[in-house]
Design a protein around this ligand. Structure first.
Ligand code: NDP
Length: 394
């Protein structure tokens, strides 16, 4: 009642010139603010607190624009916060320019003028995504050009090449990392954390199988994988390295001895130069064992199981690009499905972590030394398999 009395008085006052008529009418019509329906209103761009300003991001050249570089590495940069691509290095200029247009990259090099990146201030770090037999050469050339290097797994063809890469990084005072993406994948990281925190009780055993059926006829990237000079080794180098590396990540130890046998059809024409499959075993200083298989002959991907004395964790798939399935199985309880995050973040997280290593010139989480360790181990696994499973000390 009193409201309508005041409104009538305001209206009268408005006539007298104290309140304009239109404002008075609007005030009369306005509903109580507390009851007003919400309105969609644009807001200022705040950005992600993890993002570095563009000018401070680490500038990367990607070397080798093949299946993994275009399918996973480049989209990973788009999702990163401290890293950006500024240059592409390729033997195929048309492909490089097409990709440059897509990703806003305008500097292009090829394998012959690669060393001139030394003069390019817009390149801080180099990501080597070439066939394995070329990793050492291009890593060392990039380090000599004064750039930090993240090199795809497996690090190189031989332990001697890995050692030369590490020496080149030291000489250049630059960081060298090996791209073990699983160390940046949230579900794998969560499993390692749970094991360390004792959620499985006393650790007992790790088993892991990683493989695919190589199809060189229909899938071009499988061709170089079957040529020793470009691949370094066979299934163990390319895919078996995942479960082997994960075993050490989960057990928290490096092995003291290995044994292995070859496991593939020996008359298969695909495997004239490299092995098609290996069943391997590693013994740790604690006395625990891990075992697994790698194959270019089976379908079905990646599977890991880690056993403790009170619980076990099953991961299948264990090291996929886009999906991991992780199940925690506690004695006497229903299996629990774990979800620690979307695997797709692993690609951006990996380059961002290396960018931080480059910016601070401090070692990457998965440094060259880890890559060297793994190539030494795989070579020990081959030595054992060559002797039909003899124990080889490492
Ligand atoms: P691709 O065959 O698809 O790509 C390799 C690229 O390297 C080619 O496209 C080409 O790029 C360049 N290249 C230069 N010289 C040669 C040569 N002689 N033969 C073939 N290619 C050559 O291989 P991938 O992308 O599958 O593998 C590349 C690297 O990435 C390897 O080290 C592999 O182990 C690693 N990888 C890692 C994965 C992971 O999950 N971390 C998954 C898949 C691969 P260009 O035409 O631009 O010159």
């Amino acid at each position: 009642m009193s409201g309508s009395f005041i409104d009538r008085r305001s209206l009268l006052a408005g006539v007298a010139g104290a309140i304009p008529m239109a404002a008075a009418a609007a005030a009369n019509a306005a509903p109580n603010a507390a009851n007003a329906p919400p309105k969609a209103i644009g807001q200022p761009l705040l950005g992600n607190p993890n993002d570095l300003p563009e000018a401070k991001k680490v500038n990367w050249a990607v070397v080798g624009l093949g299946s993994f570089a275009t399918g996973q590495v480049m989209p990973g940069f788009v999702m990163s916060h401290r890293s950006r691509m500024t240059a592409f290095v390729s033997g195929n200029p048309d492909k490089a320019r097409d990709l440059g247009a897509r990703y806003g990259v305008s500097k292009f090099y090829d394998y012959t003028n690669f060393d001139s990146i030394a003069q390019d201030k817009d390149i801080d770090a180099v990501y080597i995504v070439l066939p394995v037999g070329l990793h050492a050469e291009y890593t060392i050339r990039a380090l000599k050009a004064g750039k930090h290097v993240l090199c795809e797994k497996p690090m190189a063809s031989t332990p001697a090449e890995c050692e030369a890469m590490i020496a080149a990084a030291k000489a250049a005072n630059r960081q060298l990392g090996v791209a073990y993406r699983v160390h940046f994948e949230p579900n794998n990281v969560d499993v390692a954390r749970r094991i360390k925190a004792g959620e499985l009780g006393q650790l007992r055993y790790f088993t892991g199988d990683t493989g695919f059926n190589a199809d060189p006829e229909h899938w071009v990237p499988h061709r170089w994988r079957l040529q020793k000079a470009l691949a370094g080794g066979g299934s163990m180098y390319d895919i078996g390295i995942y479960a082997m590396n994960a075993a050490m990540m989960c057990m928290g130890e490096d092995p003291v001895e290995v044994s292995a046998v070859y496991s593939y059809p020996r008359d298969d024409p695909r495997f004239k130069e490299v092995e098609g499959g290996v069943n391997w075993r590693m013994k740790f200083p604690s006395g625990l064992y891990a075992q697994g298989s790698s194959s270019y002959c089976y379908a079905g991907g990646t599977r890991q199981k880690i056993y403790g004395d009170t619980a076990a964790i099953v991961m299948e798939p264990a090291s996929d690009y886009y999906q991991q399935s992780v199940t925690l199985m506690r004695t006497g309880q229903a299996p629990e499905q774990l979800h620690a995050g979307n695997p797709i973040v692993q690609f951006g997280a990996q380059v961002d972590t290396f960018s931080t290593a480059a910016l601070t010139n401090t070692p990457h989480l998965t440094p060259g030394e880890m890559g060297l360790r793994d190539i030494r181990l795989i070579n020990a696994i081959y030595r054992s398999a060559d002797q039909n499973g003899a124990t080889v000390k490492v």
